[in-house]
Ligand binder design. Structure first.
Ligand SMILES: N[C@@H](CCC(=O)N[C@@H](CS)C(=O)NCC(=O)O)C(=O)O
Length: 282
């Protein structure tokens, strides 16, 4: 397995926050991620909680802007892992042209279309390569993983968890894109990465997936009512209906006055960490 390159490291709430780069065989180039190791990890292996960020983000946004999330990871004894949102500097023509496609917008899918498929394999990266790296390099309990995310990353978390219920004991999301096949962001990304055959899109659409496979545990979602992307892009009501159709337990909380920003995430991060800790520390 390729070695990790430590870019920077900070002590935080008694634990350690590190930023890393490595050669990814899945994405065929350099990838970056951040890892917070709680103080407990110096004594014993601990559970792992993955956070997938939204459009335009890097591996840093969550660690810097989620309201001191390290405090709660330290309290419960969880490793936090935040990958970047796409490959970068791949040399693909046009990769930096749009903020909602290409760089910073990998959508957590395995691209099948040229020219993206050589590098944009974010689904396999998040589900397979990254967890293998974390287990090999950090005091982690690989059988205890949870996953959550924001917006595009909320979509990614729901999809990764529902497609791999044995790998993820818990899932939650902030303002997720819940029905990407029906919204402009999702349609643009899926046609670019997956092509025009919409049958191949279903495996990456939370509202389609949940009807097919469900999930073994209650799903927690927080959604701000003042989020400017709510009505056109996020469509939580579609996911809510799909969950209701199959009796999937869903705790969808509409939060009055909150927008799409990290100030919203920071306001409810403690509840999400607790949601995962309950499942992971059993
Ligand atoms: N660039 C977009 C907004 C992109 C956006 O809101 N990104 C969210 C995720 S979907 C985010 O977390 N941005 C980074 C940040 O706030 O730190 C716009 O102009 O409307």
């Amino acid at each position: 397995m390729a070695s990790l390159n430590l870019i920077s490291e900070y002590k935080s709430f008694g634990g350690k926050l590190g930023f890393y780069s490595h050669h990814s065989s899945t994405c065929n180039g350099e990838m970056r991620f951040a890892v917070y190791q709680p103080p407990q990890a110096t004594q014993k292996p601990v559970p792992i909680l993955y956070f997938l960020s939204g459009l335009t983000c890097t591996e840093e946004n969550f660690m810097a802007k989620a309201g001191g999330v390290q405090r709660f990871a330290a309290e419960y004894g969880l490793i936090l892992v935040a990958p970047d949102t796409s490959p970068r500097n791949t040399g693909i023509t046009g990769e930096d042209d749009d903020w909602d496609f290409g760089t910073g917008a990998g959508f957590y899918v395995d691209a099948t279309e040229e020219p993206w498929r050589q590098h944009y394999q974010m689904y396999s990266y998040v589900v397979q390569e990254l967890p293998a790296l974390i287990t090999a390099n950090f005091p982690a309990q690989p059988e205890k993983q949870g996953i959550f995310g924001h917006s595009m990353g909320g979509h990614g978390a729901l999809v990764c968890a529902m497609r791999n219920p044995e790998l993820y004991k818990s899932v939650s999301a902030f303002a997720p894109i819940t029905a990407p096949m029906r919204c402009p962001w999702g349609q643009k990304a899926f046609s670019g990465y997956l092509g025009n055959n919409q049958e191949s899109w279903r495996a990456y659409d939370a509202s389609e997936l949940v009807k097919k496979v469900g999930y073994h545990s209650p799903i927690l979602i927080d959604q701000g009512i003042a989020d400017k992307f709510l009505a056109e892009q996020l469509l939580p009501e579609v996911f809510e209906q799909a969950c209701a159709d199959i009796n999937q337990p869903l705790n969808l909380r509409y939060q009055e006055g909150y927008d799409h920003s990290y100030y919203f995430i920071a306001s409810f991060i403690e509840d999400h960490i607790r949601h995962h800790a309950i499942a992971l520390l059993k």
